[in-house]
Write a protein that binds this ligand. Structure first.
Ligand code: ADP
Length: 602
């Protein structure tokens, strides 16, 4: 998990948990407070309405008492009385439907509606005849079908009941007062009698047509209780119901409100609280993101910079703040730069070291190859030397054994055999001398005995040495050396070795009937000696190698021709010791020319 997520979680934990607790506690507290206040309001409104009903009823009862005790009824003429009641009725418009006066026998003496008849058996008459004010139950008027009550009171004169005053009172006026109570959109207010019959309802058609005695509040109120409660009403709805018992009339006033509507404040409070919480959480998240960004962005840049440093593509990080992280970034930048500089220097050194190593490696490879070559040469040398040694030794042995075994040998044969032995001894001596010369040359120990050497003289010596062989092979040997050629400064013996080698090679590699031409030329400051033959020649790419020790162009021909590949090495070494070199021009099948220049004596 990265720092940003950790910070986000941390901020959420330290803010959301206490916030939730505070919100929950205050919501719970406020909820109860709202509920209590809603209940108190509803209860208060119900009680107020109950009081208003009581007051209204008292006012009606007082009206009847006042009228029945007033002189109007007791003393006035019937017409005058009629007039007074009408006036009263008009004054309380819509409250009194009818006033009528009954004699002590129950006969209607007059009525504001001109009714006649006897009501001696009516409850309202008999109750009032006992001398008390009487209020009837609510009933539906036979004339108008509207709910009304009858209030009766005895009319007394000198303490004797002279009649009964009766007033039919319309409930509509009272109902309008009741309907002022706030019941919301879906609430209901009704009054029931002690049997649970509805005697007031907004829907007038239900009055005295519906009985709701099973409703919780109706049960409570008909047990003469006042109070407020939450319950499921007769319609199956959750309601908050307040009930008020009016003992004088044995009526129960019930006000029911839909519970959701009643507690809408709680719901609103919940929504507000939830909104505040959400807003706070969003605020915290936003703040957490901003703060964590401020903290983690420079750290991220540091991380990227470190990666860049590791990969070698480091770019200085922008320092965006002056706090600890900013200072750390600055230190990181300078350290990284130093590291990069050190790295560059190290890389340059490593490159140089690598190149050195490569060169040394190449040298080692070359040295190794040379060693291998040397090794091969040594084994070749041993095999050739042993061959070269073996050949003369075996012919010497054969000749010696023949001389030893035969008692009488023909003197001419004996001489020939002895000559063979001597020739082979010479050959062996030459080979050994060659090897000795070469080892001296190799060791740099060859010392030159420089003297004035006449090329003419040493050429003749060489021809004398190998002339016989040329004759045998029918090879024409010609000399072209000017009579008065300047002498050269050289080691005479070594120069004879060189010319001998060149001449022997020319003889060896030239077919019978060919020719060899030895010449000397006087140049400005040197004498150029050339040995030209018409032999087999040498391929261009092999010319350079013929001066290597033990190198032979064709080892097959070597076997026939003899030699061990040392002649040209020795000759080249000798001429080099004289400060010059042997040059070769050759064409396969046509012949070769070996030449060298020597300083002439001034
Ligand atoms: P070797 O004892 O074999 O003659 P050298 O060192 O004298 O050894 O010569 C090396 C080789 O060079 C010979 O084996 C031969 O192949 C070649 N070579 C030297 N001289 C001649 C020449 N005149 N014509 C052709 N090949 C020659």
């Amino acid at each position: 998990m990265n720092i940003r997520s950790e910070l986000l979680i941390f901020f959420l934990l330290i803010s959301v948990i206490p916030l939730s607790a505070v919100v929950y506690v205050s919501y719970d507290y406020s909820k109860e407070a709202i509920r209590d206040s809603v209940m108190a309001n509803l209860l208060g409104a119900t009680e107020n309405t109950g009081n208003a009903i009581d007051n209204w009823m008292d006012a009606r009862k007082d009206d009847i008492r006042v009228i029945s005790q007033s002189g109007i009824i007791v003393n006035s003429e019937k017409e005058h009385f009629h007039e007074s009641l009408n006036t009263f009725e008009t004054e309380y418009k819509g409250v009194y439907t009818e006033f009528f006066l009954l004699d002590p026998a129950g006969n209607i003496m007059f009525s504001t509606l001109n009714h006649t008849g006897n009501a001696g058996n009516e409850h309202y008459f008999t109750e009032a005849a006992r001398g008390k004010l009487y209020v009837s139950d609510v009933y539906l008027s036979e004339m108008t079908g509207s709910p009304e009550i009858i209030i009766t009171n005895p009319v007394k004169k000198n303490g004797t009941i002279t009649g009964i005053l009766a007033a039919r009172v319309s409930m509509e006026n009272l109902y309008r007062i009741i309907e002022n109570i706030d019941i919301g959109k879906s609430g209901e207010v009704f009054i029931v009698n002690k049997d649970g019959d509805i005697i007031f309802h907004g829907n007038r058609s239900r009055i005295l047509h519906d009985n709701i005695k099973d409703n919780f509040a109706v049960k409570e109120v008909t047990y003469e209780k006042n109070g407020i409660n939450e319950y499921v009403n007769y319609k199956g709805e959750n309601v908050l119901g307040s009930y008020y018992w009016l003992p004088l009339y044995r009526w129960g006033l019930i006000v029911e409100k839909n519970i959701d509507e009643a507690y809408a404040g709680v719901l609103t409070l919940g929504k507000v609280m939830a909104g505040i919480s959400l807003f706070a959480v969003i605020g915290v998240v936003f703040l957490a993101i901003v703060i964590s960004r401020r903290l983690t962005d420079p750290v991220k840049s540091l991380e990227e910079g470190a990666f860049g440093l590791v990969k070698g593509n480091f770019k200085p990080i922008t320092v965006s703040s002056a706090n600890e992280i900013g200072r750390l970034t600055g230190i990181f930048n300078s350290t990284a730069q130093e590291l990069l500089d050190i790295r560059k220097k190290l890389e340059a050194k490593i490159e140089i070291a690598n190149k050195d190593l490569e060169e040394k490696n190449k040298e080692l490879i070359t040295a190794n190859e040379e060693l291998k070559k040397l090794d091969e040469m040594k084994s070749d040398f041993i095999s050739m030397v042993s061959h070269e040694l073996k050949t003369p030794l075996s012919s010497m042995k054969i000749s010696a054994e023949y001389l030893e075994s035969e008692t009488s040998v023909d003197p001419s044969v004996q001489k020939e055999l002895l000559q063979i032995i001597i020739r082979n001894i010479d050959r062996l001596t030459r080979l050994i001398n060659d090897i000795l010369d070469l080892s001296k040359l190799e060791a740099g120990k060859m010392e030159l005995q420089l003297e004035h050497v006449d090329i003419h003289e040493i050429a003749n010596t060489v021809l004398e040495n190998a002339g016989q062989l040329a004759l045998k092979k029918n090879i024409t040997v010609s000399l072209d050396i000017p009579e008065k050629l300047s002498p050269v400064l050289a080691d005479r013996e070594k120069l004879i070795i060189v010319l001998n080698n060149l001449f022997e090679n020319a003889l060896k590699f030239t077919q019978d009937g060919g020719s060899i031409h030895l010449s000397a030329k006087d140049n400005a400051d040197n004498i150029e000696v050339s040995m030209k033959d018409t032999g087999i020649g040498i391929e261009k790419e092999k010319i350079e190698k013929i001066f290597d020790k033990f190198y032979q162009v064709d080892s097959g021909s070597r076997r026939k021709i003899g030699g061990c590949g040392l002649g040209l090495s020795i000759s080249s070494g000798i001429i080099k010791a004289h400060g010059s070199e042997i040059r070769v021009e050759s064409e396969p099948g046509k012949g070769s020319t070996f030449s060298f220049r020597l300083k002439k004596v001034e």
